[in-house]
Design a protein around this ligand. Structure first.
Ligand SMILES: NC(=O)C1=CN([C@@H]2O[C@H](COP(=O)(O)OP(=O)(O)OC[C@H]3O[C@@H](n4cnc5c(N)ncnc54)[C@H](OP(=O)(O)O)[C@@H]3O)[C@@H](O)[C@H]2O)C=CC1
Ligand SMILES: O=C(O)C(=O)Cc1ccc(O)cc1
Length: 441
């Protein structure tokens, strides 16, 4: 429950909020809490201490100093390092304080809190389901009341209320299952596209094959992911055991569907895809308004060449996501309350392909009969399998190496791709809002 303005004002007079890790997300929180009137202190690595001198909140040298004076402490550090960092600072936690974290997968974080925090310390964790450069208003924010009184939970919820996000209340286990279904597979798909383009040594915006609105969405989102820090994606996939299974299913779906295409086994391909379509989209009403369409996405192109007719495309990456949702028994609409912008876009694009009359039939036909995309599809299958094995081995170094190599390949275009991608995402999020308002009427 969010407290009244008077109650918040009285808490603001006495409580201090501490942020450990002043990277993208930690800085976002620290600045917003300060703006909202809270007393905030924070720290990053000690060697970075002087980098934050212009910030409007108190910056301390390390997490011990933050922990001993804060009533609410939020860890906002790399998932891989959470156990080590919590172990280091936990004994300095102020008596009776509340501790939480921003980590994308909660299992490791909660385990570290339970193992290292003194018994008198309460635990309320959180997760903003969006990147640091997205407007927080209306985006899902998961709150986990793990080991805390209602009074303490209300305090944390009231602090976070200044982000104006949509609060979603889950246990940490529910959180991890849902985010594996939504984030992990979405990232696997877009990471695989990037590696496949890289392995074919082609920039998709320079190749007439990759023309069209759906292709623009794929390119912009893929490059957006490669413009970020590798550890965000590595952490949420590697530390979440449910994610391993989902990413493996995605790789298997890609392999199976591509095999059916090259065997020219149209009957089985159609049977499998239509069964998946029914499982995922079967419940939608006939007049369901689609979030996206190809024409709408047409303008968000990185290409300098004017579009000259589309080439046949099997859209293997989109067929495989619907097939894997169906194989895993996932109905993605059940998770919309807990979805990230990228997941909503991925769902919007697949919904468009599967629910626009004639489109799915056309792409299955192309997949079975046209060979011009076979090499790209083969590279896509290989990339999906590669990501799946990197994640299942839990190998951060290999993940980093694979990610950074492709990131470097795309580097010359990352700035422009982010600009175009931001405009595209802004437009899509506006449509999501309009759709939600329309559906509520
Ligand atoms: N980026 C995103 O889109 C989102 C990220 N998250 C999650 O939030 C967490 C933070 O992510 P994000 O802000 O993007 O990552 P960043 O890398 O930008 O921030 C993490 C910060 O923690 C610092 N750090 C490392 N060790 C310590 C330490 N011992 N004491 C204090 N600070 C330390 C890092 O320093 P250095 O770089 O020098 O190691 C870095 O500045 C991650 O767990 C991520 O999964 C959640 C939602 C969205
Ligand atoms: O929207 C996405 O999927 C992103 O890529 C941004 C992101 C990354 C990590 C999170 O824990 C939440 C959001």
């Amino acid at each position: 429950m969010i407290l009244s303005a008077e109650e918040i004002a009285s808490l603001q007079a006495t409580k201090t909020i501490g942020i450990i890790g002043l990277g993208d997300m930690g800085l976002l929180y620290a600045r917003r809490f300060t703006e909202a009137g809270w007393t905030v202190c924070g720290c990053d690595r000690e060697e970075n201490y002087t980098k934050f001198s212009a910030e409007p909140f108190e910056v301390l040298k390390n997490g011990h100093l933050v922990s001993r004076k804060s009533d609410l402490i939020i860890y906002s550090v790399e998932a891989e390092n959470v156990p080590k960092i919590v172990k280091m600072y936990a004994p300095s936690t102020k008596v009776g304080a509340i501790v939480g974290g921003q980590t994308s997968c909660k299992q490791v974080e909660i385990r570290a809190f339970e193992e290292c925090l003194p018994e008198d310390v309460e635990i309320v964790s959180m997760h903003s389901l969006h990147g640091p450069r997205v407007d927080t208003t209306g985006q899902p924010l998961v709150l986990i009341q793990h080991r805390a009184s209602d009074e303490s939970f209300n305090f944390v919820e009231s602090v976070l209320s200044c982000l104006h996000s949509k609060h979603v209340y889950l246990s940490y286990q529910e959180h991890d299952r849902i985010t594996a279904d939504t984030q992990a597979v979405t990232h696997a798909a877009f990471l695989s596209m990037g590696v496949a383009w890289h392995n074919c040594n082609q920039y998709p915006w320079e190749t007439p094959k990759w023309i069209g609105g759906l292709e623009n969405a794929k390119i912009n989102i893929s490059l957006r992911i490669y413009s970020n820090k590798y550890h965000v994606y590595a952490g949420l996939a590697i530390t979440n055991p449910s994610a391993h299974e989902q990413i493996l299913q995605y790789a298997n779906s890609c392999t199976d569907l591509f095999s059916l295409m090259i065997q020219n086994n149209g009957d089985e391909l159609r049977r499998r895809i239509y069964r998946a379509k029914e499982a995922v989209f079967g419940h939608l009403p006939k007049d369901h308004a689609l979030l996206l369409d190809d024409d709408l996405l047409q303008q968000y192109s990185l290409s300098k060449i004017p579009p000259e007719g589309k080439q046949p495309n099997s859209h293997l990456s989109l067929l495989a996501i619907v097939d894997s949702w169906s194989c895993l028994g996932i109905v993605p609409y059940d998770h919309i309350i807990c979805s990230t912008p990228l997941f909503r876009i991925f769902l919007g694009v697949t919904e468009y392909l599967f629910c626009t009359p004639g489109l799915l039939e056309g792409c299955l036909e192309d997949g079975l009969s046209k060979t011009s995309f076979r090499q790209d599809d083969l590279n896509f299958v290989i990339a999906a399998r590669e990501w799946s094995s990197i994640v299942s081995y839990g190998d951060y170094d290999l993940y980093k190496e694979r990610f950074v190599k492709t990131q470097n390949f795309f580097m010359p275009m990352i700035g422009e791709a982010n600009k175009t991608g931001n405009e595209m995402i802004k437009m899509i999020l506006k449509r999501v809002e309009e759709q939600e308002r329309g559906e509520k009427k």
